[in-house]
Design a protein. Structure first.
Ligand code: FAD
Length: 529
């Protein structure tokens, strides 16, 4: 099979078809050197120029389907030594919003062929803690299924589980467990990484720590994660899942911050602190809903079944914006009984939600963690899943969240917003400051996520992107940071990181990917010779 090139040149590669994008001669020559067990595709690769956002489409020249870590290392070594302009992007399921896993005229590595999960319930000779070793292309849902077979599970999650291990670890991995356990990147024992020089490196906080911490939250800039050792803990069989509504932001905020405060302790725990932790919810998230009957954005989205709530149950003085808390307590079937009921009651007692607007259900731990999948199936059935998603994720300092509420939730968010809005606090001391993710400089900060779907009947993608720009500006003025950041100018990246962290980021780039081959879709560093 022949690769066509822009100049006279041809390469024979097994199992591939002529490319849709014409490669430069030097790049053809470079690819000719590859010795792969997997294969490169040049046709039918349009999926590599698509992602969840459906906003950016940058077709690559080729897609690598690696058979092992050696194929990935081989590709990067050859590109580093023989091409002056090819770039390489690892791609999980492509749940980025702004082309972060794309490589314009470069090579996308389809990580879905990099599968494999090994559960080590008793650790190994190097590590006495239970862990799971998952390949970089594994989906978290499969990690959960495998670990649950041993009664174990990772302790930190994302809301949606059909994301890849390598993809979320390149960002942070944040959800309702973050206040207690930190993001996913705080729960990693070891990584296998292919650097931008094509070296395969095993790293941890004691072995090659600089690479380890740079890669975690490093936006794919320093290496491709081919394996991760993820800490495990005993998994509950079930969860008591509660949603409780508020009409006053201050009351809602104070309750959330009170709930997360008991797990802020990091030092070795005294017995009464352990008891306090026993009385802490396992999962804490918050949401903003509009005071309308809209099934996506209104209060109708809160109860677990529609007949649990009517408009007349809202307090007469409720404003245009409402809030709800989502909390869970894990338990095993043997715990079911009065003691569990008493414990949950005690945990709910200090909260100040609207008493008639508290909804509860019991589901399996798997069903709870995989809850967004039910929504996915529903949206897919109505052909509403594959629409543009101009999502915006922010970290807002706790000291500014009330101002943010009045400037954004109460003023900028349109009544028919077209997607969920998340707002919940996390403890900064659960984040490892050596990891690359940028968070606000405050002990408590909020994850605020605007997860809009650009439906054909809505205000249109451009107008939603304009809303995002306005919201981001307010966030930055309040010393917040963008999560899953997207900037186009170096100055903006510098501001995002701050001077010291930017200098360290640049230094790590020189050390681990000096030719800026990796993750070009993040748009941070131009390719160097
Ligand atoms: P991709 O989009 O494929 O890649 C993301 C970036 O990582 C790219 O730069 C890519 O080049 C790089 N990359 C991919 N694989 C690797 C690898 N193996 N090694 C190194 N770099 C790699 N995030 C949260 O934190 N919490 C949530 O609750 C959450 N919920 C979500 C729900 C939905 C429905 C969606 C669509 C996304 C959600 N996200 C959430 C965002 C998600 O974490 C990011 O999209 C993330 O990028 C993971 O997606 P992915 O695995 O598809 O990675």
């Amino acid at each position: 099979i022949i690769i066509e090139c822009s100049v006279e040149c041809s390469i024979e590669l097994q199992g591939t078809l002529p490319p849709t994008y014409k490669l430069e001669q030097a790049d053809c020559t470079a690819l000719e050197l590859l010795k792969l067990n997997g294969y490169l595709s040049f046709h039918g690769i349009s999926a590599a120029a698509r992602d969840w956002g459906l906003i950016k489409h940058m077709p690559p020249a080729a897609v690598l389907h690696p058979d092992s870590v050696h194929d990935i290392a081989e590709l990067i070594r050859v590109v580093a030594s023989s091409s002056s302009n090819l770039t390489v992007a690892a791609k999980g399921p492509g749940h980025s919003v702004n082309g972060q896993a794309q490589a314009d005229k470069g090579i996308v590595i389809e990580m879905s062929t990099m599968r494999g999960i090994q559960v080590m319930p008793h650790g190994d000779e190097d590590c006495a803690l239970p862990f799971v070793e998952a390949n970089g292309g594994e989906l978290w849902v499969d990690v959960l299924e495998e670990t649950l077979k041993k009664g174990l599970a990772p302790n930190s999650w994302t809301d949606y589980l059909y994301l890849s291990v390598g993809g979320t670890l390149s960002n942070a991995g944040v959800s309702g467990q973050t206040f207690r356990h930190g993001p996913q990147i705080s729960n990693i024992l070891q990584l296998e990484v292919v650097t931008g020089k094509g070296e395969i490196v095993i790293c941890s906080s004691s072995k090659q720590p600089e690479l380890f911490h740079a890669v975690l939250g490093g936006l794919g800039q320093f290496g491709i994660i081919t394996k991760a050792r993820i800490l495990l803990e005993p998994a509950p069989q079930n969860v008591r899942w509660t949603r409780a509504m508020y009409s006053d932001f201050e009351v809602f905020r104070k309750d959330q911050e009170m709930l997360i405060s008991s797990s802020a302790t990091t030092t070795s725990m005294l017995a009464d602190q352990q008891e306090q932790l026993h009385m802490t919810f396992d999962f804490i998230e918050g949401f903003v809903v509009m005071n309308t009957e809209d099934p996506i954005n209104g209060w109708k989205s809160v109860p677990f079944s529609p007949d649990q709530m009517t408009a007349s149950m809202l307090p007469p003085d409720a404003g245009s914006v409402l809030y709800y808390l989502e909390i869970t307590v894990g338990y095993n079937l043997e715990d079911v009984g009065p003691a569990l009921e008493e414990r949950v009651e005690k945990m709910l007692a200090p909260l100040n939600y609207i008493p008639s607007l508290m909804f509860t259900t019991d589901v399996s731990y798997f069903k709870f963690l995989n809850r967004v999948h039910d929504l996915e199936l529903n949206l897919r059935a109505h052909e509403l899943w594959d629409v543009p998603h101009p999502w915006l994720n922010l970290f807002v300092p706790a000291s500014s969240i009330t101002t943010f509420d009045s400037l954004v939730f109460k003023q900028l968010v349109p009544v028919e917003f077209g997607g969920p809005i998340l707002v919940y606090p996390v403890n900064r001391n659960k984040w490892d400051s050596r990891a690359a993710t940028v968070v606000p400089d405050e002990e408590v900060f909020y994850l605020v996520a605007f997860l809009r779907n650009a439906l054909p009947s809505g205000p249109g993608l451009e107008s939603m992107l304009d809303d995002n720009a306005r919201i981001l500006k307010i966030c930055e003025e309040l010393r917040g940071k963008q999560y899953l950041p997207r900037y186009t100018e170096e100055e903006q990246w510098k501001l995002h990181f701050g001077a010291d962290r930017w200098n360290a980021f640049v230094q790590h780039k020189h050390m681990f990917d000096p030719q800026a081959i990796l993750a070009p879709g993040q748009n941070i560093f131009p390719r160097r010779q």
